[in-house]
Each structure stands twice: as structure tokens, then as C-alpha cells.
Design a protein around this ligand. Structure first.
Ligand code: SF4
Length: 203
């Protein structure tokens, strides 16, 4: 019998959706390096990249109006599957009582998909949370180890573009980086118009 994949998982009152294990980064702090799950979930390594039908079948095992928020996150970068991401988020929004939907992203969607993606994402997601991770390009490249040379600049441009949409845009750093990096990160964030947030080590 095929092993059940963890496409959705619950942390407190939020429903998380794990649609891909693909990612163009290799962050030093990535939770994928620390085990198989997140906050007690089953393994988030997917046996295969789930189809729209598989994702929705899993989502439909929940009454989504019971949750405070739906978050596309998991063990990979959701925008690596842009079409599936957009289609599943849209299908959820059409459900009665759908709570706000958030995208947790590394902000590299435009580079991954080779086009501007802020408009489509901003028209669907209520919140777009971008991992800024560092205050300087040098530190960012060291920490996130992206496969794109211009990742730091592209991530900021993506954030500025998302700010022009209806979505609330947040840029985050984790609380384990230095005070100086947090200050420079806050300046970088301000230049995009996004809201700055220092968060606890999270997924
Ligand atoms: S962007 Fe996210 S999924 Fe990708 S390596 Fe970094 S922390 Fe992990």
C-alpha cells in the first residue's frame, strides 16, 4: 500500500499546506536539515509532487473554516509550482468560510518562473511573507546559498512589486542573526514598503 503523504498538517489553529520539496536555495537553517517534519508533523518529504486533485482531496479532509489561517509552506518553496499553487489557493478561497491564506516564500518566484509573478500572487494571497534572512547581500548569499547570483536583488524587487498589490506583505528575519544584521535587514525591508518582522526560528 502506498504510504500516505503529508500534504496538509496542523499547527495549533493553522492549517499548513506542503505542495513541493523543490527549492532553489539551501539555507543553512532550513528545517529540512533538522529532521523529517515540523513541530511534530509526520514527514514532509513527499513521495512525489502532488497533483491538484491530490492536494484538494487532502485539503477536503478538513473543514477549513475551523482554522484561523491557511499557510502554504512545508518542505520546499511553493512558488516552484506556481500553477498548482495558484489553482489550489483559488479553489480554497472559493470555499465558504475560508480564512485568510498566507504564502510563505523565499521571494525568488520571479527568478524561478522567469516572469513577474507578484500580480497573480498578490491577487490571491491575503498575506505574502518573504524570508529576507539577512541585511546584506554577502550575508544573504552565505546563509541561503541560492542558485541565482542576483537572488538578493530579485527578492527585494519581488517584495516591492507585491506591496503594490492588495496583499499584506511581510519580510522576516529569524531572531538568531546579529543585532547589526537585524538593523540592516529592517532598512532593506523599509525600502520595499513591506512590514518588517523578527520571528522565532520557524518554517
Ligand atoms: S528557502 Fe525555505 S525551503 Fe528553501 S532551503 Fe531555505 S528554508 Fe529551506
Amino acid at each position: 500500500m502506498e504510504k500516505k503523504m503529508t500534504i496538509t498538517y496542523v499547527i495549533q489553529d493553522k492549517l499548513y499546506v506542503n505542495i513541493t520539496n523543490k527549492c532553489p536555495c539551501n539555507c543553512t537553517f532550513c528545517i529540512r536539515n533538522n529532521g523529517d517534519g515540523a513541530y511534530g508533523s509526520d514527514s514532509l518529504w513527499l513521495e512525489h509532487e502532488p497533483s491538484f486533485d491530490e492536494i484538494m482531496a487532502d485539503v477536503n479532509t478538513h473543514n477549513i473554516s475551523d482554522y484561523k489561517e491557511i499557510i502554504f509552506c512545508g518542505y520546499g518553496e511553493p512558488t516552484c509550482r506556481l500553477d498548482i499553487l495558484v489553482d489550489t489557493a483559488k479553489a480554497m478561497k472559493e470555499k465558504e468560510g475560508c480564512p485568510p491564506i498566507r504564502l510563505n516564500t523565499n521571494g525568488l518566484s520571479d527568478l524561478i518562473n522567469n516572469k513577474n509573478t507578484s500580480e497573480v500572487l498578490g491577487s490571491i494571497f491575503d498575506i505574502i511573507s518573504i524570508s529576507l534572512n539577512a541585511g546584506t547581500k554577502e550575508e544573504y548569499m552565505k546563509v541561503t546559498r541560492p542558485r541565482f547570483e542576483n537572488a538578493f536583488e530579485a527578492m527585494q524587487k519581488f517584495a516591492s512589486d507585491c506591496v503594490k498589490t492588495d496583499a499584506k506583505v511581510i519580510m522576516t528575519v529569524v531572531d538568531v542573526i546579529s543585532k547589526e544584521q537585524i538593523e540592516s535587514a529592517s532598512e532593506v525591508c523599509n525600502s520595499t514598503g513591506a512590514e518588517f518582522r523578527v520571528r522565532k526560528y520557524d518554517c
